[in-house]
Ligand binder design. Structure first.
Ligand SMILES: [Zn+2]
Length: 66
């Protein structure tokens, strides 16, 4: 077990709603979506979802930008 500094789950990122950098809760979500152009089946894509702990604004970023 590595000794880490005081690092909670929240990380600091810029929030467009707040207009400043705020602590965010970050999680990875697998979301199902259909991509007819690439595959007739549903594909599950990992999204990086960040929630602003200050205003609750949520934004998701698709991790597979292929
Ligand atoms: Zn915010």
């Amino acid at each position: 077990m590595a000794a880490t500094t005081h690092t909670p789950d929240a990380i600091t990122e810029a929030c467009t709603a707040c207009g400043t950098e705020t602590p965010h809760d970050v999680r990875i979500e697998i979301r199902t979506e259909s991509e007819r152009e690439r595959n007739a089946r549903y594909s599950r894509e990992p999204y990086r979802v960040t929630t602003c702990l200050h205003c609750g604004d949520e934004s998701s970023l698709r991790m597979n930008n292929a």
